[in-house]
Design a protein around this ligand. Structure first.
Ligand SMILES: Cc1cc2nc3c(=O)[nH]c(=O)nc-3n(C[C@H](O)[C@H](O)[C@H](O)COP(=O)(O)OP(=O)(O)OC[C@H]3O[C@@H](n4cnc5c(N)ncnc54)[C@H](O)[C@@H]3O)c2cc1C
Length: 263
């Protein structure tokens, strides 16, 4: 039987800093002595280092044009010197990898439109059979019992078609893997975009700020708004210096997250 699913977001990986390499770069590469950061995460540390390496602003001795250094926290530096000054490229060094599970192919098609600073690995509809269908039920349908019933019936019909097709060619006992793959790919054409699947998604922080802004906006689809509101919540907790300038408004029960200082 088809199942109603709720999208899930998992943080799989994030940028780390190699302390020995960073220390050697600062000391023997640039001649920086005794510099320290109060960054709360490697992503924020790397962002600060990358930014400060541009103006050699670790201390006054490195750049005679500077009259004042070391007065700002990592949080203040990223917000005031990187984000407010629109030096968004500095936010591209650090990345985060998420797994989105129980998301529809409607969602993943929208997601992969974001090309700049992103990477994707999605479950293969050619190799993996669509015979156990989960689906997200949009609120606008859930609120209307007759429509919700039609949704359920439609997904059940799709599952039945997939099972009938599999039986018709006896795919379970087929030895020819190449033919199996070709048939699996052909079967999926009968399954709607609403079927749930999963995707692994990596983005740098500049791209992520942009995508959170676009995809939590009130004009975006409910499912993707739900996922990126959660992405924002996780990012704010992990990298407050990079995400704390957001304006958050509850719209239709989901946070709309906008970055006025779009960089
Ligand atoms: C509410 C909503 C409704 C939408 N409706 C539709 C629709 O009806 N039809 C449709 O086809 N799409 C639609 N889209 C998708 C939209 O048009 C974009 O393709 C998608 O949001 C990706 O965003 P992006 O173009 O900013 O790309 P990203 O890859 O996220 O790029 C980020 C930024 O980098 C820059 N950039 C990226 N690539 C290039 C490039 N090649 N050249 C120059 N600059 C670049 C741009 O400044 C861009 O904004 C919709 C999106 C939203 C949020």
């Amino acid at each position: 039987m088809p199942r109603i699913v709720i999208p899930k977001v998992f943080v799989l990986a994030e940028t780390m800093v190699v302390s020995a390499g960073l220390g050697a770069f600062l000391q023997s590469g640039l001649g920086v002595e005794g510099w320290e950061s109060d960054a709360e995460s490697p992503a924020e540390l790397l962002t600060e280092v990358a930014g400060k390496s541009c103006y050699l602003s670790f201390d006054k001795s490195l750049n005679k044009n500077l009259t004042r250094t070391g007065t700002r926290t990592n949080h203040e530096y990223i917000q005031e010197q990187i984000i407010k000054m629109r030096h968004g490229s500095v936010l591209e060094h650090a990345t985060v990898t998420f797994a989105f599970v129980d998301v529809s192919r409607v969602f993943t098609h929208e997601l992969v439109r974001h090309r700049a600073g992103t990477a994707f690995s999605q479950v293969s509809g050619r190799y993996v059979r669509s015979d156990d269908i989960g689906y997200f039920l949009p609120k606008v349908i859930a609120d209307r019992p007759e429509a919700a019933g039609i949704f359920e019936e439609a997904f059940k019909t799709m599952e039945d078609w997939a099972a009938d097709l599999a039986r018709s060619v006896d795919i379970d006992n087929m030895k020819d893997f190449s033919l199996k793959k070709t048939l699996t790919s052909a079967f999926r054409r009968l399954i709607g975009n609403g079927q749930s699947n999963h995707i692994i998604f990596t983005a740098n922080h500049r791209a992520l700020r942009h995508i959170i802004h676009m995809r939590t906006s009130r004009g975006a689809e409910e499912e993707i708004r739900h996922v990126f509101a959660e992405v924002y919540r996780l990012c704010l907790a992990r990298y407050p210096a990079i995400y704390s300038d957001a304006l958050v408004t509850l719209v239709g029960g989901i946070n709309e997250v906008s970055f006025a200082g779009h960089v």
